[in-house]
Design a protein around this ligand. Sequence first.
Ligand code: FES
Length: 75
Amino acid sequence: MIVCICNNISDRQIKKLVEDGTSRFGELQTKLGVSTNCGTCRTLAEEILRNHTLSLRSNESSFIQSPPIPAFQGT
Ligand code: FES
């Protein structure tokens, strides 16, 4: 889905940057150019940034908190 029509930036591009460590909106603006013209896309771009960041953190914490796999005891 195209988020920023002015600069032809998709939600996938924003999510990829988040996965690569971008966590601030200003970084998205610098790296992609999102919301650097009319600004209509800003709310949606911020929402994608926030939601994808939370989603990644949620996945990381559930991975860390998973109980260890019991070792095979043999018979
Ligand atoms: S739609 Fe993103 S700057 Fe205009």
